[in-house]
Design a protein around this ligand. Structure first.
Ligand SMILES: Nc1ncnc2c1ncn2[C@@H]1O[C@H](COP(=O)(O)OP(=O)(O)OP(=O)(O)O)[C@@H](O)[C@H]1O
Ligand SMILES: [Mg+2]
Length: 283
């Protein structure tokens, strides 16, 4: 099983969490529009625990319900800590590009309130890079509420941007078209057998996502590959549409929904002076 798939395998399954044979543990906390997730890695970057709650504490990338966000992160961390013989007291978190001023301190306080020393607060597509084995190209993180883009050149992040379109817009269009509730539409979207029908209905939203990405990448030459992350990229066929729209190669890793939170957790290692070269973790 590839490392990134292991996260899905152990997600919300404490009996699969394993803290043996390690001294140092780091928590990556991703407060998203769709879900809040904590992934714990050891000093080598191996995932040891993953805990997720669906929550509506973030809208368009901004934390709108601070108390609930704090409660959820505390709950997720308590559950993990209850299973871990070692202390987990260091972590990292992220924010969508362009929301720095409103978000950095808030997310940081949330981690500090649950006794995590904050090693890093980074933007989401930059975080994704820690989990993706690449040095050149663009990272596109299509989450629940936002599409974030990072341009990477020679291993350095040279540009990030973000706009409020994501999976919830796909669900809204689906709900309107099928005359069902948003919640039902969201569920239907996750079922593999509906993919073709779903794609034909939500194509305009995927076109919009493509044009957002295209406009961000407009000022750059030499980008030939887009690396996809975020739960919305789990939708079969989306990568191909984006690829065709933008005339760029797309790379969709296994389990794109875990790329950004995994990257957040991995970002802890770098600041700690561990030998944590980007791209070391195969996915
Ligand atoms: N298998 C799947 N097929 C289609 N869509 C999916 C699938 N799994 C998750 N999604 C969608 O992915 C979106 C959530 O993505 P993700 O978990 O990356 O969001 P987030 O990080 O919480 O949001 P954001 O980064 O925008 O704040 C939701 O709209 C969800 O419906
Ligand atoms: Mg996200």
């Amino acid at each position: 099983m590839e490392t990134i798939e292991k996260i899905g395998w152990m997600l919300n399954q404490p009996e699969r969490w394993d803290f043996s044979g390690t001294e140092n543990l780091y928590a990556g906390v991703d407060l998203g529009t769709y879900k809040t997730i904590v992934i714990v890695v050891d000093e080598k970057g191996t995932p040891r625990a993953a805990n997720l709650r669906k929550a509506e504490v973030v809208r368009s990338g901004l934390i709108v319900d601070y108390i609930s966000a704090l409660d959820i992160v505390r709950e997720l961390m308590d559950e993990i800590r209850n299973c871990s013989p070692q202390k987990i007291n260091k972590g990292a978190t992220s924010f969508p590009p362009q929301t720095e001023t409103a978000n950095i301190n808030t997310t940081k306080y949330i981690l500090e309130s649950v006794d995590l020393e904050v090693l890093r607060v980074l933007d989401e597509p930059t975080a994704a890079r820690f989990a993706l084995n690449m040095r050149d190209g663009a990272i596109v993180d299509v989450g629940g509420g936002t599409t974030g883009v990072a341009v990477i050149r020679d291993g350095e992040v040279i540009y990030t941007n973000d706009e409020a379109t994501g999976g919830e817009h796909l669900s809204l269009v689906l709900a309107g078209h099928l005359n069902i509730s948003y919640e039902e539409a969201d569920q239907i979207k996750l079922k593999k057998e509906n993919t073709q029908q779903i794609l034909s209905i939500v194509q305009p939203v995927i076109d919009k996502i493509s044009s957002i990405v295209g406009s961000f990448l407009n000022n750059f030459t030499g980008i030939d590959t887009i690396y996809l992350a975020g739960g919305t990229c789990e939708l079969d066929g989306l990568a191909e549409i984006v690829s065709k729209n933008l005339n760029l190669v797309t790379f969709r890793p296994k389990a794109p929904q875990f790329i950004t939170p995994f990257g957040i957790a991995l970002s802890c290692l770098k600041t700690n002076g561990h030998d944590a070269e980007v791209g070391k973790w195969p996915i």
